[in-house]
Unconditional design. Sequence first.
Length: 485
Amino acid sequence: MVITDRGGHIVHVNAQAEALFGYPRDELLGRTVEMLIPQRYRAAHPPHRNRYFAEPRTRGMGAGHLALFGLRRDGSEFPAEISLSPLETEDGLLAITAIRDVADRKRAEDERAKLYQAQEAIRMRDEFLSIASHELRTPLSAVQMQLDGILRIAQRSPENELTERIITKTEATQRAIQRLNRLVGQLLELSRITAGRLTLQREEIDLCMLVGSTVALFRDELERAGCELRVHLPTEPVVGSWDSLRVEQIISNLLSNAIKYGRGHPIELTLGASGDSVSLAVRDHGIGIAPADQTRIFERFERVVSQRNYGGFGLGLWIVRQIIEAHGGSIRVWSQPGAGSSFTVELPRGPHQLPAVVAATGRPNRDRKRILLVDDDEMIRASFAEAIADEGIEVAAAGDGREALHMLRCGVAPDVIFLDLMMPVMDGQSFRAEQLKDPALASIPVVLFSAAGNVDQQAEALGVSAYLKKPLNLGTVLELIDRLG
């Protein structure tokens, strides 16, 4: 506390003021209060002091946007909060100035502001990644469907040099599209996980069968890389409650890495089971990882090799770790430079809950089958319709849910409805609600498809027959038509 007269002379200070400013009392008494104010503010202070003595009242200073500072004897400054009170004495009016050092509070406020700005930047980044991933997957679906259609037509055509070249180039383009889709998928996973939206759809599955079906997808890639894959599975089924799509992601990412970094060398995949847990190990004989890098490879955007030579975002192992930990499991790595790497995943079997996924049946005759495609993207409608029509299937298309309902009520009778989730006018969720209200339409099977990361949860909530994630694969679409139509 500092007490001053009308002329700004200090007439009293307490011990706290001595400690705050670093002056002994005898060096302050009789001096003007401006000595405790930084030089840049001194000239403007006397007029403020005079106005206060003209209209004395208890009030605060330093509130709102006004920043006040005190000056210590050693020349250092500190942010201050000041309150003024008038004091009537026999010697005239005095001003009591209570001064608080608010440096710690200011630092905390600054830290909170920086944290908020960082959180807002992360939120905007994740929102952008989610939107960008969704928008990229829409044209990818159109390209994928066209390529699938071209490849199927070429494979059915008479064998000649031109047909072989078309097949070769189409397959190469498909591989590029698949790689682009994986990269887009990683961006979507990044935004979903960092936003805390990673959820598991557990179901009772046989891990041996899931490993087998996942490995089959890598047959061509393994052959091109010159990698022999040796799979070691238990003789009995390995059953547990896991999210099959997420576990497939784990296997796929580990196999992709083994192929990428172990080209020309064999790869071993070993599945084991013991009591309430299972283990999955993927071993390559490639370039290996230095001991100093074996922890950071599981972090976001971390790479231990040249991006120019190997590509990718450095997200794969981070996504794998997030999925494994969401299942209550763990992952560890053993590696030596030049001797390859071994990644071992431990997963608890978990509670056995949901029934197994119904497998696709054999292909029936597709003659005279009809589907209704509901999607607001004209490019998707055109590509989908063209590819499906080449298989002898009739396609009707609607640009939104309201148009689709009108077509159905006017006599269009599809065997299967392929329904996009996000559309203007009437989205997929609203269409499904209206469909279920109408007894004449409720029994038509619906396949939900979307680039949204939670399409699996939406499909379960809407009670549809199946779901697909963009980009669409023509073979999978045809299998669903065969099974549901």
